[in-house]
Design a protein around this ligand. Structure first.
Ligand SMILES: *[C@@H]1O[C@H](CO)[C@@H](O)[C@H](O)[C@H]1NC(C)=O
Ligand SMILES: *[C@@H]1O[C@H](CO)[C@@H](O)[C@H](O)[C@H]1NC(C)=O
Ligand SMILES: *[C@@H]1O[C@H](CO)[C@@H](O)[C@H](O)[C@H]1NC(C)=O
Ligand SMILES: *[C@@H]1O[C@H](CO)[C@@H](O)[C@H](O)[C@H]1NC(C)=O
Ligand SMILES: *[C@@H]1O[C@H](CO)[C@@H](O)[C@H](O)[C@H]1NC(C)=O
Length: 307
């Protein structure tokens, strides 16, 4: 046998059998059991996630009771919102939120993506992806840049993710500008008022149809509208997980999936999701992730994000 064919054989064995490299969990290692994946496998896992993220593939991910993408105990964080624990919540949030082109929403549905930066090691992949959203409410196509860190478990499911919306303030301003032009607004204030009206009406209609009985948050549609347009802030680009209208817009999309869980998020209390409960420093310094984002267990001793 030639050396080159030996090499190819050896490489294909390695590629075909990533599980052989699985490290067992040691009692002192709080990290979940990990697999050492090849670069090629991590690239394919990354692509698989984005393929499922696109509409209409994402509709399927919102159904059923077990995710093919997320681990049961997945931990996730999105800089402009907040953290999300568990498979069910993440399916509603990551897939459900962007799966209904006919509903009023900020960015609409994702229809295409391009991975522009990618690096991966161990079971961790870091990528930049430019996703084209069809903002159906406003009739515009929007490129949205999402930086992600993803940790995969031994089954190739997402154990942790950390997502950052790059240029989101610019994006939000761009949406408002486009809307302003469509309605011939003469001032930014008029555009925000138009958007507030649109979003509040949509949220209150969802409240009316889904939040009944013990789940009811507002005494009337009028009280809902008044609260959303007068008592809370519209929201800045980093306030989609704070006491704002934009936060309630995000959560509105999840209400029909589980009214008992999500109705309070669009209500006056914000249900611990749309609340001003953390300062800037608390947000930045929060200990949240159970697993390190640094491959091969490097640098744990100095990692302030580890729970
Ligand atoms: C998930 O759904 C399947 C089929 O609908 C069902 O057989 C199974 O019991 C469900 N599992 C849980 C944990 O609810
Ligand atoms: C993370 O660690 C905390 C504390 O040990 C534990 O309560 C929680 O269940 C863990 N979460 C996951 C997703 O492993
Ligand atoms: C965007 O959505 C509109 C309305 O549903 C549709 O007509 C159009 O074809 C979509 N565009 C793309 C690029 O998906
Ligand atoms: C905005 O102005 C243009 C040009 O004057 C007009 O055709 C259009 O109907 C106006 N749109 C709205 C929503 O008022
Ligand atoms: C709804 O009505 C009840 C009884 O009138 C009142 O106590 C309560 O504060 C109202 N809730 C809201 C959110 O307006």
């Amino acid at each position: 046998m030639h050396l080159s064919s030996l090499l190819i054989a050896a490489l294909s064995i390695y590629n075909a059998a990533p599980c052989l490299a699985t490290k067992s969990k040691s009692p002192t290692d709080s990290q979940r059991p990990r697999s050492l994946y090849t670069f090629d496998e991590l690239w394919n896992l990354e692509k698989k996630f984005w393929d499922e993220f696109l509409y209409p593939a994402n509709v399927k991910q919102t159904r059923g009771n077990e995710s093919t993408v997320f681990a049961t105990d997945v931990q996730g964080r999105v800089d402009i919102t907040r953290t999300f624990d568990g498979d069910e919540l993440n399916r509603e949030y990551i897939f459900g939120l962007f799966s209904e082109p006919s509903r009023v929403s900020l960015v609409g549905v994702p229809v295409a993506y391009s991975i522009t930066q990618f690096s991966a090691n161990d079971n961790i992949a870091s990528a930049t992806t430019v996703v084209t959203f069809n903002a159906t409410t406003f009739g515009i196509l929007l490129p949205v840049t999402i930086d992600t860190w993803i940790e995969f478990d031994g089954d190739g499911k997402i154990a942790q993710y950390d997502a950052t919306f790059r240029w989101f303030e610019y994006l939000l301003d761009q949406i408002l500008e486009s809307v302003g032009m469509k309605i011939n607004a003469t001032s930014p204030t008029q555009t925000v008022a138009y958007m507030s009206d649109l979003l509040a009406k949509s949220i209150c209609a969802t409240h009316e149809s889904s939040c009944k009985g013990a789940n009811q948050q507002y005494n009337s549609t009028e009280a809902c509208y008044d609260y959303l347009t007068k008592s809370i802030r519209f929201g800045k680009s980093y306030e989609l997980g704070r006491n704002t209208l934009l936060c309630r817009e995000v959560h509105e999309h999840m209400v029909p999936y589980r009214p008992d869980v999500h109705c309070s998020h669009i209500g006056p209390s914000g249900g611990s999701y749309c609340v001003d409960d953390t300062s800037y420093s608390q947000t930045v310094l929060a200990k949240y992730f159970n697993d390190s984002w640094i491959p091969y267990g490097y640098g744990k001793d100095q990692d302030i994000w580890l729970a």
